[in-house]
Design a protein around this ligand. Sequence first.
Ligand code: SAH
Ligand code: SF4
Length: 363
Amino acid sequence: MTGFAPAKPPVFGETPGTLAARLSALGAPAFRAGQILDWIYKRRACSPDAMSNLPGALREWLGEAFDFAPNEPLLQKQSSDVTRKILQRLRDGSLVETVVINAPQEGVGVEHSRQTVCVSTQVGCAYGCRFCASGLAGWKRNLSAGEIVAQLMVAARVAGGVFDNVVVMGMGEPLANYDNLLAALRIVNAPWALGLGARRITVSTSGVVPKILALAEEPLGVRLAVSLHGATNEVRDRIMPVNRRFPLEKLLPACATFASRHGRMLTLEFILIAEINDSLEQARALADIARKLHAHVNLIPCNAVEGLPWQRPSLTRQQHFLRALKARSVSATLRREKGADIDAACGQLRLRTEKLLPNQQHA
Ligand code: SAH
Ligand code: SF4
């Protein structure tokens, strides 16, 4: 089973084409599709009742045919001055968390801050990276395109209606839910829906090579972040089971293909884990990889996950690692301590979600 079929499909999975086809089967004119989508995405109507320029019978049909609230926001938690987490319950009771990151731009004040929304694409994850909470309880199901878009609509309400960036870095491996992901991102990008430019959308993957190559051929042109976390097969094999199927000799050429197709800088994510991947040899090997790919390296001190032994290196060691990259002319950043709860939200959704089940006070 790769999907979940709710009684009514979420309206957020529709496009002008699919909606017009359903309307024409009803005998309604195709132009109604545009009106309906305008109500949903431009005027942010939460139910067909608000769609005052539609005939009553059509409004009634819409309410019967589609789910307008497939994701119920259960709880919001402001975990720091910059992050807000929204726990969302899907129709089958599964919980996913969406994060709104409000990052002030240097020197311009909070009123010009950029809002980034981090979305989940699966309930759980089958990839089982050793440091990640999302994979701890395994994979449950893929989110539908409508559920992915609905997460953003709920987040947009929380974020005051607008956001500037979407990062697909929540629970799950996005490229293992490729078709639904792409359908959702096309809606996010479409001028009739959210109209968010592709360069404001980043998909993060642990390295699913065939799908990186497929994404490289998509005209959509979203950004790619690759969770490398090890600069040699030896280190990657220890912490990321995906590396056995797609080792570096397959992953890195796929990254190069993606970068050359889109002419955009890739990001290599590298979680620093004490005694696992924080040596200077790893920094040197990472620098070689990043230079060949012209990639930016984002170093992220790992978050402790309950039940897992990993620890973040000392700040001095983190900075040594960063300096070793910069000394080799690699564009690199080290995520500040302040962002730790952002990582926790994006990388540890499942753990946090499970904690929330019996008692909703620990978000
Ligand atoms: N499956 C995709 C996207 C979701 S994971 C991927 O792996 O890229 C999003 C990010 O959270 C990844 O970079 C992941 O490596 C990171 N992450 C997971 N566990 C973490 C931890 N314990 N500390 C810090 N980041 C973590
Ligand atoms: Fe899945 Fe990404 Fe977590 Fe790995 S890091 S288990 S791919 S969510």
